[in-house]
Design a protein around this ligand. Structure first.
Ligand SMILES: Nc1ncnc2c1ncn2[C@@H]1O[C@H](COP(=O)(O)OP(=O)(O)OP(=O)(O)O)[C@@H](O)[C@H]1O
Length: 242
């Protein structure tokens, strides 16, 4: 089993468009499975982007095994993968082969080695026939699998999953969930579905840009569910953040 990376966030604050979106985020964790829950607009995706080094905080700090992923992009590229909710926001190349090759080439792999690694990854998922396929001919679920393969090829220590099942049917979702369970990498999984986080080592409940609760899934999720059920009884959508 791979060593779990240490994630340390200290008094982190982030402002976007003049509004404080994350504040007072302090964490020091070394867990294999970290879940993040919270209401719409609470700051989960923003936190995922900060953890991945895609956005630098305005105050405080973030370290992954002592590395600042926003400053040291090369180190971040080798250590962290992020799977977005919508694969169309992630995919940049017209064919599967090109999309899967890009990260490996960025990491410094040669052409022949890259082609071999891509072929092996496609075979691992019984998708050798996708190699030359235009991405535009794939469904959302198929595109999501391409994105996941691209991440796995780069062998990160940590994979951030930002609502990876949105728009996927229940069968694909079940298959992906089982696959995630088997991954040796540490996972940070953002979801609206607490069932996805059963058995997780740690869950953060983010509320209005702050950590409202932090602890084992067994202790945090029941309280979160109770809160959400109560909130769902109201008929006032004006509390939708934003
Ligand atoms: N680029 C941006 N510029 C300005 N405000 C932003 C930007 N991105 C997000 N926000 C605001 O930050 C807050 C948190 O958004 P975020 O997408 O992180 O929430 P979330 O918890 O992931 O929501 P959801 O569950 O609906 O996906 C929201 O109020 C949102 O409007």
């Amino acid at each position: 089993m791979a060593q779990c990376p240490r994630l340390t966030l200290t008094d982190l604050r982030l402002d976007l468009a003049g509004k404080t979106v994350l504040s007072d985020i302090t964490l020091d964790l070394q867990v294999r499975r970290l879940g993040i829950v919270g209401r719409n607009g609470s700051g989960k995706s923003t936190l995922a982007r900060v953890i991945s080094g895609l956005i630098a905080p305005d105050a405080g700090s973030l370290r992954l095994d002592g590395i600042d992923p926003a400053r040291d992009r090369h180190a971040a590229l080798n250590r962290i993968g992020i799977l977005f909710q919508n694969p169309d926001h992630q995919i940049i190349f017209p064919t599967v082969q090109e999309e899967l090759s890009f990260g490996l080439r960025q990491q410094g792999h040669g052409k022949t080695e890259t082609a071999e690694l891509v072929r092996a990854m496609l075979q691992r998922f019984s998708k050798a026939h996708w190699q030359e396929a235009p991405i535009s001919t794939l469904s959302q679920g198929q595109k999501q699998l391409v994105c996941l393969m691209a991440i796995l090829l780069m062998q990160p220590q940590l994979i951030v999953l930002d609502e990876p099942f949105s728009g996927l049917d229940l069968a694909i979702r079940g298959q992906l969930m089982r696959l995630f369970e088997t991954l040796p990498q540490a996972l940070v999984h953002i979801t609206h579905d607490p069932d996805c986080l059963a058995g997780y080592d740690h869950v953060l409940w983010v509320h209005e840009g702050r950590i409202h609760r932090s602890g084992h899934a067994k202790t945090v999720l029941p309280d979160y569910l109770a809160y959400m059920n109560q909130a769902g009884l109201g008929d006032d959508l004006s509390d939708l953040a934003g």
